[in-house]
Design a protein around this ligand. Structure first.
Ligand code: GLY
Length: 363
C-alpha cells in the first residue's frame, strides 16, 4: 500500500493507494483514532456489489452505525438530498462524535463532504472513492459541493478529510463508460504535467480503457501525485490550483446545457479540447502539439447530444461561471505540455469558434 500526503499544515492527511487494500480499513480507522459512530454514505449501484464487504470492514465492535444509500447521479447532488441526510443524522441520534464515511463516485463524495463540513460545524470524514474520476480528482483536495438551479457545485465548502483510501479493486465492477469518463480527468493531468506522462497515456490508451491494472494503477497513482502536490501548494484555489480547472469552464456549461445528461469526465474531455483549440487560435500553442492533444483526447467517445448542443446557450452559461472575474470569462490555457496560463481572456467569437471546432473533433 502506497501513502501520498496532502501537505496542509494542521489539515495534512494521507491518501492510501493500492489494489485490494480495503481489508486495511479497520486498522486505518484505528490508527487515525477514528473510533466514532459511523454514518456510512454509499452509492446505490455500489451497494449491490460491495455493500456487504464494506459493512464487514466498517461495522465491527459495538459502534453505532447507519448506512445511508444514495441514489446515483447528479440529480442527487442538491439541497433536498442534503436535507434528507441531515434529517437521517438527527433521527438516528448522530452527534458531533460522528465519522462520515463516503463511498462512491464524485456525487457521493462531494455531497457527503458537504454534509460533514456543515452538520454541527463539522464531522470527521473519510473518503473511499470508487469511480475512476473520484479516485483521481474529486476525492482529493477537500472541495465539497452541491448543484443549485443546474449550476454545478455552486454551493460548497473546502473541507479536508481525515484520510482517503483508493482501492483500485473497485474498478473491476465499474462500467466501461465510467472508465472512459475518468479518462477525461486523467488526460487533463497529461496535458498539465509533462511529456513523459502525456506519452504514457497516448501509448497505453487501450490498456487504460480496458482497465488493465498494471497500466491504470500507474495512471491513477501519477494523477493523484499531481493533484496532491497542487493542492498542497494552494488549498483554496487562490493561485496554482486554478490549473486544475483546465477545460472546466467549457465542461460545466456543457453539463448545464445538457441537463447533466453527459458524464462529468466526458464533458471535461470535450472541455480540454476546446481549451486546446482556443490556445492554438490565440497563438499560444503550436499546431503540432494541438494536433497531438486533440488525437489523444478525442479517443474518448462522447454522447450524441453533445454534437447537437446549442453553442450560444453554452456561451451564456460560461458567462455566468463562478470562476469569472469582473464579468469576464477566465480560461486556463496552454502554451505546451505543462506550460499553463491562468486567467486568460478571449472574445466571444473566439470562444464560439473553439467550441464548434472542439466538439466536432469528437464526431
Ligand atoms: N477539480 C478541481 C479541483 O479540485 O480543484
Amino acid at each position: 500500500m502506497e501513502k501520498i500526503l496532502v501537505n496542509l499544515n494542521k489539515n495534512t492527511y494521507p491518501i492510501y493507494f493500492g489494489n485490494s487494500i480495503i481489508k486495511n480499513l479497520k486498522q486505518l480507522l484505528e490508527k487515525h483514532g477514528l473510533s466514532q459512530n459511523i454514518f456510512f454514505i454509499i452509492d446505490k449501484n455500489l451497494e449491490k456489489y460491495w455493500g456487504k464487504r464494506l459493512n464487514q470492514e466498517l461495522f465491527y465492535k459495538n459502534k453505532k452505525k447507519f448506512t445511508y444509500i444514495l441514489s446515483p447521479g447528479e440529480n442527487s447532488k442538491n439541497y433536498l438530498e442534503v436535507n434528507k441526510i441531515y434529517s437521517s443524522l438527527l433521527e438516528n441520534n448522530f452527534g458531533r462524535d460522528t465519522l462520515i464515511v463516503a463511498c462512491g463516485g464524485g456525487v457521493s463524495g462531494d455531497l457527503a463532504g458537504f454534509v460533514a463540513s456543515t452538520f454541527m460545524r463539522g464531522l470527521k470524514l473519510v473518503h473511499i472513492p470508487t469511480s475512476l474520476l473520484a479516485m483521481v480528482d474529486s476525492s482529493i483536495g477537500g472541495k465539497t459541493g452541491i448543484n443549485f438551479q443546474k449550476n454545478k457545485n455552486l454551493i460548497g465548502t473546502f473541507y479536508q478529510p481525515d484520510f482517503v483510501l483508493i482501492d483500485t479493486a473497485f474498478l473491476t465492477t465499474l462500467p466501461k463508460s465510467e472508465i472512459l469518463s475518468g479518462m477525461g480527468e486523467i488526460i487533463k493531468y497529461g496535458f498539465l504535467s509533462d511529456q513523459a506522462f502525456f506519452s504514457y497515456l497516448d501509448q497505453n490508451f487501450n490498456h487504460l480503457i480496458d482497465c488493465d491494472l498494471k497500466y491504470i494503477n500507474y495512471a491513477i497513482f501519477k494523477s493523484v501525485l499531481i493533484k496532491a502536490s497542487v493542492v498542497s501548494d494552494d488549498e483554496k484555489e487562490e493561485g496554482l490550483r486554478q490549473i486544475l480547472n483546465l477545460g472546466h469552464t467549457f465542461a460545466h456549461a456543457f453539463e448545464k446545457e445538457l441537463n447533466f445528461k453527459i458524464k462529468h469526465g466526458e464533458a471535461v474531455a470535450a472541455g480540454i479540447i476546446c481549451a486546446v483549440i482556443l490556445s492554438y487560435n490565440l497563438n499560444l500553442l503550436p499546431k503540432n502539439l494541438m494536433m497531438k492533444m486533440l488525437t489523444l483526447a478525442s479517443k474518448i467517445k462522447l454522447p450524441k447530444n453533445l454534437a447537437e448542443i446549442n453553442l450560444e446557450n453554452v456561451l451564456l452559461h460560461m458567462l455566468h461561471d463562478k470562476k469569472n472575474r469582473n464579468g469576464k470569462i477566465k480560461f486556463v490555457l496552454l502554451k505546451g505540455i505543462g506550460e499553463i496560463i491562468i486567467g486568460a481572456e478571449a472574445s466571444k467569437k473566439e470562444v464560439i469558434s473553439a467550441l464548434s471546432k472542439g466538439i466536432s473533433a469528437f464526431y
